[in-house]
Design a protein around this ligand. Structure first.
Ligand code: KIV
Length: 300
């Protein structure tokens, strides 16, 4: 299967075919996502929360992101894979931003990177794009700056903040991003931004007027049962399925149902006899009798 290219993603958006995007953090899930035909796979720094159990995304580091991104990249033949630049991997200096984006490409084998922020990030975006690395922008609720923007809440609800988002989107477009993720932006604002910029916009909680739609993997499959954000839709109840399977596993070990003879391996009669003879030199007489009986027992 051929890898999707940016011109192909643009052509889909241009033709009015919505782009699909989902987060992913591991190889087996990446294979399933790729086989389903999802267009863009983001190895989000949300891994710090969804997989590692942190309360926010800030503890994600470049070293850990490269490991998760590598696993996902190896699982995706067709989908366009993005590494999410973690907190302080691109904010400190432009050279550091280029070096870290380059690590995603060279060490993890992704197809591009995503980073948060608008006009203040133009320098980093231009430099990374200039180094030949595709960049997706990320505006609206930018979780790495949640503390500064008033928490995990909808952004751009006033005319002034909505206009600021539009200006950020236009600046990112000028800086060379190939697409922009809009997170928790009012639907009408996201729609207008989508009309004003020429690159595709992807919505996560920003309504249906964007060129594509994104979800967090664990939300979409019902893996994290305790909470589903309002904008997410559960397509499966994987958490409930796993809970039930693990309860059966636990019960079958306790009641002896598992493992059965079909889960065990044979030793040939000759080898077993020789083994028992050898064991006889190491065991007491009572123990040898017991072992000898196993010659007639089901295979082990
Ligand atoms: O880290 C992440 O998963 C994200 C989501 C908003 C898509 O950036």
């Amino acid at each position: 299967m051929a890898k999707l290219t940016i011109p192909e993603l643009w052509a889909m958006a241009e033709a009015g075919t919505p782009l699909s995007m989902i987060t992913c953090y591991d190889y087996p899930s990446a294979r399933l996502i790729d086989a389903a035909g999802v267009d863009i796979v983001l190895v989000g720094d949300s891994v710090a929360m969804t997989v590692l159990g942190h309360p926010n995304t800030l503890p994600a580091t470049m070293d850990m992101m490269v490991i998760f991104a590598g696993a996902v990249a190896r699982g995706c033949e067709r989908a366009f894979v993005l590494g999410d630049m973690p907190y302080m991997s691109y904010q400190v200096s432009v050279p550091e931003a280029i070096r870290n984006a380059g690590r995603f490409m060279a060490e993890a084998g992704v197809d591009g990177v995503k980073l948060e922020g608008g006009r203040t990030m133009v320098g980093a975006v231009e430099a990374i794009v200039g180094a030949g690395i595709p960049v997706m922008g990320h505006l609206g609720l930018t979780p790495q700056s949640a503390s500064a923007i008033g928490g995990y809440r909808v952004q751009g609800r006033s005319a002034a903040t909505a206009l600021a988002l539009l200006d950020d989107a236009l600046a990112l477009e000028d800086a060379g991003v190939f697409a922009i993720l809009l997170e928790l932006v009012p639907a009408r604002v996201a729609e207008v931004i989508s009309q004003k910029v020429s690159v595709p916009t992807i919505s996560i909680g920003s309504g249906s007027g964007c060129d594509g739609h994104c979800q967090i993997y664990h939300d979409a499959i019902g893996m994290f049962e305790a909470f589903t954000p309002r904008h997410a839709k559960r397509y499966a109840e994987v958490g409930a399925t796993l809970r039930e399977a693990l309860a059966r596993f636990q019960a079958e070990i306790k009641d002896g149902t598992y493992p059965g003879p079909e889960h065990a391996f044979r030793i040939g009669a000759e080898e077993l006899r020789a083994f028992l003879a050898g064991a006889a030199t190491r065991l007491g007489p009572g123990e040898i009798d017991e072992l000898s009986r196993s010659l007639e027992d089901p295979p082990r």
